[in-house]
Design a protein around this ligand. Structure first.
Ligand code: C2E
Ligand code: SIN
Ligand code: SIN
Ligand code: FE
Ligand code: FE
Length: 640
């Protein structure tokens, strides 16, 4: 924005608004400096404007971007700017070359001819000078700056001081965060508790291997201290993925693989040798000798030796440990894999060094055994969980409709299966339907369409008689969608779909110590909710319903049900619509919940219509405060 004519008050305000909006969105100190200088130039009508910042420690003034110039540094007392900063005075000069304070050095370097100059010092809250605005050569008909230009540049400098102080603060906070992250990695306090002593062991293995191949003590020690940070990038991976209690889909795996690049980006800017080593380790610990690793597919000695060493140490340790997604392997199987992967995954020289030093390595393994392994196993056996595949009452970009995964093979409702399960959808055994509305059944159609050629056994659709009749008559009827119950599997016995009529109140086994039982609910079509039980605990899921009296009665009687998932679709001021469509509002829900006598129930809420999400959250928090309700979202894992 270059202005050469005089500005009206309205235009001025508009301009300030535009600049401040831009500046408040910037995070980078250099960009902020440039934007401030642009604002100063536009406001004062100058040809050039520079924001100088005081660097007290070094006795310098510096600016990253003067217009059309490289970054510049000058002594703190140099020139007219230095004068203004020393004295705290504003300065206006008509002809710089006639003023003894002027330093023509920069003009000489740039070939630019300075005539009029205006400098306004910037103060912080304690009245300390933190820098200055410098405007050069007024544009347009007059060359000199006047009192009004000065007023306007002062306005700019007031905002600039504020902005620069907070930008500097956030820079400091960022630096502090990096330190914290570093410490976190180093002491192995990683988010996935299972990894407990993992980072300590990897550190020790790395040093053993480094010394074994002839690295000197000092560098081996550096690597030992850096290698615990190999997975630091995992702090940026969402919990739903990091803690997924099962195998990854392809796209989940892709996201997890970003942890190598992310970790590198997080620490690569540091000059500390330790952090530099750590950034190499974070970046390269998943590269493979044969070039099939990630993130860059480096091979052989193109992979830094730090990366090659940590790769072997990490995998040896990961295989020997329980993870949320797998059990620990027996030692012999681990050794076999490492042998097999010699010159494939791992540097052959390191594999040899590994076996030559296996005694030392096993001693470390014993010394840093995971003590709480027993504990976490117990918790895993006691606790139970389901995974939300779709949490909402209708579709909208980024919002999936009702579907809950109970275990690898059983799911309640099919509103949003493919989004999360992807290729694992084909492994589903039974879809337990609550009712026949489209937002609860739609993905059955696409799971079959996508994967029918890979299905090995029929996909079972289980529900009440009326719901199954509705599906046969209105959905898989060869008009809306093919009648898959008549289409034979190409890769197995039977038809693609098998219908199964269930009875309310009957408990059906769906796995070891796992059952499902339907109970009646109150919707505009035949409907039911389900109680899913695992290892003696239960979660009750209503799905769409207006009445919940019988559900509450059941909860009051049955202490083994530890969680209640109930729908809540519309905000309270849409009660009329809720009543005719047989859904709950926060007001209706919490009125009815007064009948709940137990205090030890986790309350989950689903089926919100996403357009009203914010209003619903506010209402639910206000009206339901005493229940601590958890509003569920797509992909979340819910404990009960
Ligand atoms: P991690 O658990 O620390 O595993 C580190 C590396 O050890 C893995 O890198 C892999 O090379 C090796 N590894 C671990 N377990 C096995 C296994 O059962 N079989 C084989 N052949 N190799 C294994 P990778 O695969 O790049 O995985 C990086 C990280 O991603 C893992 O760190 C883990 O946190 C996560 N991850 C990988 N696959 C899954 C999964 O299916 N589910 C979950 N929840 N996490 C996974
Ligand atoms: C990295 O790229 O992984 C770190 C620096 C280097 O090894 O070139
Ligand atoms: C549903 O029951 O979720 C679909 C109809 C409605 O939104 O009222
Ligand atoms: Fe990793
Ligand atoms: Fe619904």
């Amino acid at each position: 924005m270059r202005i050469s004519r005089e500005l009206g008050a309205d235009e001025l305000l508009e301009m300030i608004f535009v600049y401040l909006t831009e500046i408040s969105s910037l995070r980078d100190y250099d960009e902020i400096l440039e934007a401030l200088a642009n604002m100063g130039r536009a406001l004062s009508g100058a040809d050039r404007c520079t924001v100088w910042v005081v660097d007290e420690e070094r006795g310098k003034l510096w600016t990253k971007v003067a217009h059309d110039m490289q970054s510049v540094e000058i002594p703190i007392d140099s020139g007219i700017v230095g004068y203004a900063i020393k004295t705290g005075e504003k300065v206006i000069i008509e002809d710089a070359y006639k003023d003894p304070r002027f330093n023509p050095q920069i003009d000489k370097e740039t070939g630019y001819k300075t005539k009029s100059v205006m400098v306004i010092p910037m103060f912080d809250n304690e009245n300390k000078i933190i820098g200055a605005f410098q405007a050069i050569n007024h544009l347009g008909s007059r060359v000199d700056f006047d009192e009004r230009d000065m007023q306007r540049l002062m306005l700019a400098s007031t905002y600039a001081a504020e902005t620069l102080i907070s930008a500097k603060l956030s820079q400091e906070i960022q630096d502090t965060q990096k330190e914290v992250v570093f410490t976190m990695g180093a002491i192995g306090e990683s988010r996935s508790k299972e990894t407990g002593n993992h980072v300590k062991r990897v550190a020790e293995y790395s040093k053993i291997l480094a010394l074994a191949i002839g690295m000197d003590e000092e560098e081996a020690e550096l690597l030992k201290q850096a290698s615990p940070m190999h997975d630091i990038g995992k702090v940026a991976i969402p919990d739903e993925i990091l803690k997924k209690p099962g195998r990854f889909t392809k796209s989940e795996r892709k996201i997890m693989e970003t942890h190598a690049q992310l970790g590198y980006e997080m620490i690569r800017h540091s000059n500390r040798p330790l952090l530099q080593a750590a950034s190499i380790v974070a970046h390269q610990h998943h590269e493979k000798w044969d070039g099939s690793g990630y993130p860059r597919g480096l091979s052989g000695e193109d992979i830094h030796i730090y990366g090659r060493i940590t790769a072997l140490a990490d995998v040896f340790d990961a295989l020997g440990s329980d993870r949320v997604y797998k059990k620990a392997w027996p030692l012999e199987k681990i050794f076999n894999l490492i042998k097999e992967e010699r010159a494939k995954h791992f540097d052959p020289e390191l594999v040899d060094a590994f076996f030559e030093n296996s005694e030392k390595i096993l001693e470390v393994r014993e010394r840093f055994k995971d003590e709480f392994e027993e504990n976490s196993k117990k918790v895993a056996a006691e606790g139970a969980s389901i995974r939300v595949l779709g949490a909402y009452g209708t579709k909208l970009k980024g919002f999936g409709t009702t579907s809950f995964l109970l275990n690898d093979r059983h799911v309640i409702d099919a509103g949003n299966i493919l989004d999360t399960l992807e290729e694992f959808s084909v492994e589903l055994d039974t879809i337990w339907l609550t009712h026949s509305h489209l937002d609860h059944i739609s993905d059955i159609a696409y799971v079959l369409d996508d994967y029918y050629a890979e299905l090995k056994s029929p996909l079972c659709i289980a529900s009440q008689k009326e719901t199954i009749e509705a599906l046969k008559k209105h959905f898989f009827n060869d008009a809306i969608w093919p009648d898959f119950s008549k289409i034979p599997l190409v890769n197995g016995e039977g038809m693609c779909i098998e219908y199964r009529t269930i009875d309310l109140g009957e408990e059906y086994p769906i796995g070891e110590n796992e059952t499902i039982e339907a109970f009646s609910t109150d919707h505009t079509v035949a409907s039911c909710g389900y109680i899913y039980r695992k290892n003696g605990r239960g979660i009750m899921i209503t799905s769409d319903t207006l009445e919940i009296d019988n559900a509450i009665e059941r909860l009051n009687e049955d202490e083994s049900i530890s969680a209640f998932m109930v729908e809540c679709s519309f905000p309270s001021d849409m009660e009329k619509l809720a009543l005719v469509s047989k859904h709950l509002t926060p007001k209706l829900l919490f009125d009815k919940l007064e009948g709940l006598k137990r205090k030890n129930i986790i309350l989950y809420i689903n089926h919100i219509k996403p357009l009203y999400l914010n209003q619903m959250i506010t209402e639910i928090e206000r009206l339901g405060e005493k229940y601590n309700p958890i509003i569920v979202t797509d992909k979340k894992i819910l404990k009960f």
